[in-house]
Design a protein around this ligand. Structure first.
Ligand SMILES: [Mn+2]
Length: 314
């Protein structure tokens, strides 16, 4: 931690980048780190290829995140297992990776990888506390809290103390947890529920009640005038069926692939092993992958996934 702080300190122009189709942890990591670096006098830029989802636009600094990759002396890759996930070509400058995923690429001896961290922002919090605790003001604490809250599924996905210790630390820095939860979970656009009502009609429970899945088809988005942001978190619905151990959401992405989200409950199998079979990755209880192909392949894609799920269920 200390060596990485000293390394990053040596740069004047730093670019912070995370993955395509960013979630709360990606937006929180980029905004929190950029806000901190700017206060330290570093010329920092935050980048997300697909921009900031509307639901996270309240995060301090979100409005300044760019969708193109600027020149920098150092690139910090956050919450992503490899640079390819940013959607940009490799830059001609050093890269360091701060991440909490099990798998992926190493970029430098200063990479910070901690699979125990409940979110990338939790790892980032340790980094920033090592650098200068006084720099963690509300403009840094709020984005870090958003990453922690969303990546832990509102603390449903975590056991042990760390996520709660981090939350307490950030609350003591001024974060209002009720207000942030309301902004994220009680300010949903109505299209999200219209899309959900269509997707729920595809909900199936198989494998003797242990596996549930849901499909989000292209026509659903068109029928209710929804966009890709509106299906975020849908995998929670098949997962919350009583008795289910493994859940998946299978969604057609107009860029030409099936986007698959996988979740496992306490006592369930490692879904990262399933995602890895299809070139994806993630964590034991939460993983994802992309399956390239045709929109008409829906049944074939689902069957291939179910076959791998059956193997890890044994
Ligand atoms: Mn994350």
């Amino acid at each position: 931690m200390k060596r990485t702080v000293d390394f990053v300190r040596g740069f004047e122009r730093v670019v912070v980048v995370s993955h395509i189709r960013p979630d709360g942890d990606a937006v929180g990591s980029v905004s929190g780190l950029v806000n901190f670096l700017r206060k330290r006098g570093v010329e920092a830029e935050g980048v997300l290829k697909h921009g900031v989802p509307e639901i996270f636009s309240f995060i301090p600094g979100a409005e300044g995140i760019r969708t193109d990759l600027p020149e920098g002396q150092l690139y910090i890759l956050v919450d992503a297992s490899d640079w390819e996930r940013t959607g940009f070509p490799l830059p001609d400058a050093p890269i360091v990776r701060f991440d909490h995923h099990l798998t992926g690429e190493r970029y430098s001896e200063y990479d910070l990888l901690d699979e125990e961290a409940p979110s990338a922002t939790s790892l980032l919090l340790r980094f920033l506390r090592t650098w200068d605790e006084e720099g963690i003001d509300l403009s840094v604490a709020v984005p870090l809290y958003v990453g922690l809250l969303t990546d832990t599924g509102s603390f449903k996905n975590r056991e042990g103390e760390r996520a709660f210790e981090d939350a307490l630390y950030l609350i003591r820095r001024g974060v209002n947890p009720r207000k942030i939860s309301e902004l994220i979970f009680r300010e949903k656009p109505i299209q999200m529920y219209r899309l959900l009502s269509l997707a729920l009609q595809t909900l199936k429970v198989v494998e003797g009640g242990k596996v549930a899945y849901m499909v989000v088809r292209r026509e659903f988005f068109e029928r209710v005038n929804a966009n890709r942001e509106h299906s975020e978190g849908f995998v929670e619905y098949p997962l919350s069926v009583r008795g289910v151990l493994v859940a998946m959401k299978v969604e057609w992405d107009p860029e030409g692939y099936w986007k698959v989200g996988l979740r496992s409950k306490d006592g369930g199998p490692n879904v990262a092993a399933v995602a890895e079979k299809f070139g994806g990755g993630g964590h034991y209880f939460s993983a994802g992958c992309r399956i390239f192909g045709d929109e008409k392949d829906e049944d074939r894609v689902i069957n291939a996934l179910l076959e791998e799920i059956r193997k890890v269920l044994k």
